[in-house]
Design a protein around this ligand. Structure first.
Ligand SMILES: [Fe+2]
Length: 236
């Protein structure tokens, strides 16, 4: 069995998040051999990618993973009403990802929730290959605007509102956001389970839930190992 065999009987739940009932899927028992995929993750060579704000290290997933992942996930999301039947996941950009940046080293933008893109044809997914001593992912509402998703239409207003917030509240606390803050209100958080996944629109405000005063892992046994993916939707 390859490490990329996905479980056809995975348990899928559709959750409605926030005031607008944004569709999010939570999936348990994702892979047939999650330990095999985790072992592959531990054997990669990693690099920090300074072209984005991911607070850690990443290694690209092999194409064979992506092909299996898309083929498995597309019908699952169509069946549970997250994906309309005329849409398929046509491409993805996927990485093994490990959070390594200490709380004290976070840039201001890494201390508030983010959106991956304003493109409505992009979903994001995380597969958790670490244990429940870590936490999952949380989604947020920006208090001043009420925005839960950042779109082409509201992005410039969101930037203006964030600037007003920074003037009013000062820089965000020197830590990962993990729950409510003066600027943001958490609207949903999933429980992290080994071999589970969460799939959400890339434009929703979100953040990995990382403990306060986070220190970089000393060795691989302390890694919050995940697969993170951006999924491009297209008409079939
Ligand atoms: Fe993200």
């Amino acid at each position: 069995m390859t490490s990329f065999a996905f479980n056809p009987d995975a348990e899928v739940k559709l959750v409605r998040v926030g005031r607008h009932g944004i569709k999010v899927s939570v999936i348990d028992n994702v892979l047939n051999d999650p330990h095999g995929l985790a072992a592959l993750g531990f054997s990669q060579s990693y690099a920090e990618d300074r072209s984005n704000l991911y607070p850690g290290i990443r290694a690209a997933m092999p194409d064979s993973f992506s092909i299996s992942f898309r083929a498995w996930l597309t019908p699952i999301l169509q069946r549970n009403d997250m994906l309309e039947s005329h849409l398929v996941i046509a491409r993805d950009v996927s990485f093994f990802s490990v959070v390594t940046t200490a709380s004290k080293d976070l840039l201001s933008l890494q201390r508030i929730p983010h959106y991956d893109s304003t493109d409505s044809n992009l979903l994001a997914a995380v597969i958790y290959l670490c244990g429940p001593r870590f936490s999952g992912t949380a989604f947020y509402r920006h208090r001043r605007t009420g925005y839960e998703e950042i779109t082409e239409e509201n992005v410039s207003n969101y930037q203006l509102a964030l600037n007003s917030d920074l003037r009013m509240y000062g820089p965000p606390q020197q830590d990962y956001i993990n729950g409510d803050s003066p600027m943001f209100e958490a609207v949903f958080a999933n429980e992290l389970k080994f071999n589970s996944a969460i799939v959400y629109p890339a434009r929703i405000l979100h953040a990995a839930r990382i403990e306060k005063g986070f220190k970089p892992p000393k060795d691989q046994s302390e890694w919050r190992l995940t697969v993170t993916a951006l999924l491009h939707l297209q008409r079939s």
